[in-house]
Design a protein around this ligand. Sequence first.
Ligand SMILES: [Cu+2]
Length: 170
Amino acid sequence: MNKTIIAIAIVGVVLVGGYFLFRGSYQSTPVPQISNQQPTTQPSDLEPSVSEQPSQQPPTSQTPEVKENLVTYSNSGYSPSTLTIKKGETVTFKNQSSNSMWTASAKHPTHVVYSGTSLSEHCPDPDNTAFDTCTSIEPGDSWSFKFDISGTWKYHNHLNPADTGTIVVE
Ligand SMILES: [Cu+2]
């Protein structure tokens, strides 16, 4: 037997076999199936998304419609000299002078008229209920006081008692 012929035959068998193997595997590849699936309808497409809540409530204003009751203190004194407010409103005394300001209820030097107590009794006043700053407010700073008692309340700068003014609380 010629070994060369045998070798060629073996190679031929391998090649032919391999060809059919390859072809067979290629043909056995699944044919893509035609999809008959209907697109599923998402409920979220038909209804408004539940997650869309109305926007959150706007932050409630802490100071609704607060009237600015401002008294400025300059080197010529308090302005306006008389200010009328409602009971429970707050007045801000702003020091725009070049000197210290110590706004306090009449009558100098005791400051007893508004609170019924004297300066030595109600100062210091951490609750800020006596109409008395009880300290010096420097130029550029301000001091606020809430009037809870109706009446006509005269006041002055304790450090310069000639400068006076009046708050009318209705
Ligand atoms: Cu005084």
